[in-house]
Design a protein around this ligand. Sequence first.
Ligand SMILES: Cc1ncc(C[n+]2csc(CCOP(=O)(O)OP(=O)(O)O)c2C)c(N)n1
Ligand SMILES: [Mg+2]
Length: 674
Amino acid sequence: MNSIEVLNRAADNIRILAASAVEKAKSGHPGGAMGGADFINVLYSEFLVFDPKNPRWEGRDRMFLDPGHMSPMLYSVLACTGKYSMEELAQFRQWDSPTPGHPEVDIMRGVENTSGPLGQGHTYAVGAAIAAKFLKARFGEVMSQTIYAYISDGGVQEEISQGAGRLAGHLGLNNLVMFYDSNDIQLSTETKDVTTENTAAKYLSWGWKIIEIDGNNAEQIRAALVEAKAETAKPTLIIGKTIMGKGARKADGSSFENQCATHGMPLSECGASYAESIKVLGGDPENAFVLFEETKALYAKRAAELETIVAAKYAAKAAWAKANPELAAKLETFFSGKAPQVNWDAVVQKPGQATRAASATVLAELAKQVENMVVSSADLSNSDKTDGFLKNTKAFTKDDFSGAFLQAGVAELTMACVCIGMSLHGGVISACATFFVFSDYMKPAVRMAALMEVPVKFIWTHDAFRVGEDGPTHEPVEQEAQIRLMEKLKNHKGHNSMLVLRPADVEECTVNWRMAMENTSTPTALILSRQNIVDLPSANGRKVDAVQAEKGGYIVECDGNPDVILVASGSEVSTLNEGAALLRADGVKIRLVSVPSEGLFRSQSAAYQESVLPKNAKIFGLTAGLPVNLLGLVGANGKIWGLESFGFSAPYKVLDEKLGFNGKNVYEQVKKML
Ligand SMILES: Cc1ncc(C[n+]2csc(CCOP(=O)(O)OP(=O)(O)O)c2C)c(N)n1
Ligand SMILES: [Mg+2]
């Protein structure tokens, strides 16, 4: 066993590196990192199981950081394991360095998740723990890793912790161990100024095991981790009382610990003395980016231990694979990250349905064909029609993860982050559903999914005011514009950060679902109608013609040299088609265009775009959302009929009439325009 002296020396080393990275960058957060160093050091030097040579090994333990501002702590401990050099730590927060201000997912360097928006990081861990349970139910002991999470006061205060805590306790995620860095200090105040909750009692009531320790005491940390790992029925919360800015000193050598000021400023700027603090911690302020001999020895010893541990795990896996070749092949397929093989011909759509119903038809097939897909709903499965999937599997329970459905409860942001966590864990394809209007509750997670490039599928139904009687609270208007902004935003690979699809009828829905399943590099949204939609006209049958939706936008029908182009997405395409019949009776020649994804359409060749929507054409657009949805498609010569206010409570056919979403109004508006 490592001596406590050695562990404390290595923790001080991590404190020095973290504080020095911030000092050099002239910005960052030293205080929390210095307080959390003891836990992170014990975790990485004695507990976390990973393969230093193969960071992607699916059987590794995972550590999800919630407070991204403690990045210097994470980079420093990973430097002890050889994943970052001293030079890279010294480049903290600089252009093109691998040490950005807040951690950005980088599996090869041991960073399991991007973190920064407090609360999301530990919820990914809950998702990863669920994915691990799902996989263990299928593959047994080869998938028996522990998921660690590190949370701080901010994460505990964020509302999402309620959902994460409830779900983890309810599902008895004993493979989840969360350390709460409880230093009683946050960004602008002490915690006592904003909360009087009994956090231990709160998590206890959710079904967690609670261990309370001195979070700067290596012996207590070790004992707590041993106890947590032995727990067989519950997730564990280790509440570690820590000292903010542990080791910080003023110029006169007196303590500068437990100061709010160390939260987000270099030591030299917040009232402490950088040099004095580094000296007290046993370092050299003139040459601070150094690993002590003791630290090197500690982590070399751990590396050797890991070699033995991992070799044994690989040997056990090899024996298992020999005895279970089919399962072993399946495990490999699950973790390949490749799109699953799906026989799409098995999807048989009934005409004239709502696209949410068409989605249910697809999901029923996916439940049968895609063995590693997990679908979740925030208590709306019978409305958002994920029940198409659920009817072919069963929901997870504490003792049974053989199903593939997660009843998330009414917690949309939690659900979204749990799905992201499953995806980050790997081995699982995750999808989650709710009403489109409540995508507002999920947007912060959508943004992170897009930034991390995880292929979560977001299913949003009840896509417009045609929710009807429920009224404006339930009627999305501006939501499509918001989500489509993610199509305009590029990820760091230079691709649209998200694929947003709003199918026009049942067959387009199947095609869009195929595109979602084949999109393994960004999140995808499917925006679906509540009400039935008349199928679009088609020369070759919709099943054939709808395949053109792969280009993001396409011509549904065209009368020779058209007088006007009618463009929309979703159910409004069908409404345009009603108007087209009236216009044709007047001798007007029409082109009908469906654009399920403007972002994807604008990624096509200029020639293709021009062939569908010529720049000088007269274009009329119809959207049940804000007119801006179609501005980029309709152009200056055109006209858009949209909704510019909140919706209203009334039967949807009445709303269609009152708000002008019918063939007659399309006819009138286009006639005025021509
Ligand atoms: C969602 C979100 N809101 C606000 C912030 C800004 N912020 C960063 S850290 C922090 C609070 C820090 O308190 P704590 O988590 O206890 O960290 P410590 O000060 O102990 O390092 C805040 C408000 C954020 N990162 N994410
Ligand atoms: Mg704190």
